[in-house]
Design a protein around this ligand. Structure first.
Ligand SMILES: Nc1ncnc2c1ncn2[C@@H]1O[C@H](COP(=O)(O)OP(=O)(O)OP(=O)(O)O)[C@@H](O)[C@H]1O
Ligand SMILES: [Mg+2]
Length: 259
């Protein structure tokens, strides 16, 4: 049995109200877990608290109630994950290579080692020739690949918040394929926030469905499509069945039956 690397138990969170405004309850007893090597999807309607959940895990805020456990980590929660926030957030003045090596360096790897690993990983996602380019000289899809490499290099679980938003459909599919191959090479545990049902089914081993705000987990769907996975799986009847099951639970959570 693979080890649990992250566990949220009854995590509750409210944003403080500004001035005389009442606090905004964002999460209500959210419970979920992520095991070693697993890709876990977190889906739910806009505003249900998905990004808030990742921010709490990444120590950017503290839960109002409940607890977050990181069983495998010797460190505190801060620094126990790599976090790719919504958008790619590359540093515009650093080359693709220096962006890719950044988190390894932050976690204490010697610069030469970090750069060597980053160069190999960039090559593995087809960006070997672009290592010296600045982010402004790369396409949107290339920038996402650099950001993914940066998140995957440290040996830590990865938090991804809508990593492929604002990409066209074909580029998105390509990058999802790169993520799967990167995950085979560097099998990190991943908590993936998305509101794209197809993306969740294509990438994840399990998917948690959240209710509207204040978000809590209302359902868990296992995606038994096996690995390694390639684009071919998207046309399969198993994919269609998993997609339909997930959509049904999301609709049910929103209080709506199938259209
Ligand atoms: N800084 C903030 N201050 C006050 N309220 C906030 C703040 N950030 C988010 N919220 C509230 O918390 C709720 C959850 O926000 P969050 O960003 O976690 O949602 P989300 O599920 O990630 O949405 P989306 O799918 O649109 O990215 C929102 O409905 C919003 O009203
Ligand atoms: Mg969000």
């Amino acid at each position: 049995m693979d080890q649990t690397l992250l566990q949220l138990v009854d995590v509750t969170f409210s944003y403080p109200g500004r001035g005389r405004m009442a606090p905004v309850p964002a999460l209500d007893r959210l419970t979920l877990s992520v095991r070693e090597r697993e890709i876990v999807g977190l889906v739910g309607p806009s505003g249900c608290g998905k990004s808030t959940a990742l921010k709490l895990v990444a120590s950017l805020a503290e839960p109002t109630g409940g607890a977050i456990f990181v069983p495998g980590s010797k460190r505190s929660r801060l620094g126990a994950f790599t976090f790719m926030p919504q958008g790619d957030s590359l540093l515009p003045w650093r080359s693709a290579l220096d962006n890719a090596s950044l988190l390894l360096e932050v976690h204490g790897a010697p610069r030469a080692t970090a750069r060597r690993q980053a160069r190999e990983a960039l090559e593995s996602v087809g960006l070997g020739e672009f290592a010296a380019q600045l982010p402004s000289e790369l396409s949107g899809g290339m920038r996402r690949r650099v950001a993914l490499v940066r998140s995957f290099l440290p040996e830590l679980p990865v938090l991804l918040d809508e990593p492929f938003g604002a990409l066209d459909a074909i580029t998105r599919l390509d990058i999802q394929g790169w993520l799967l191959r990167l995950h085979e090479r560097l099998p990190r545990a991943i908590l993936l926030v998305t509101h794209d049902v197809d993306e969740a089914v294509y990438l994840a081993d399990r998917v948690y469905v959240m209710s509207p705000r204040p978000g809590r987990v209302i359902h868990e769907v296992s995606i038994d499509l096996g690995r390694p996975r390639s684009e071919d799986v998207i046309g399969s009847s198993e994919f269609a069945a998993a997609r339909a099951a997930l959509l049904r639970e999301i609709r049910r959570g929103m209080g709506r039956e199938a259209a």
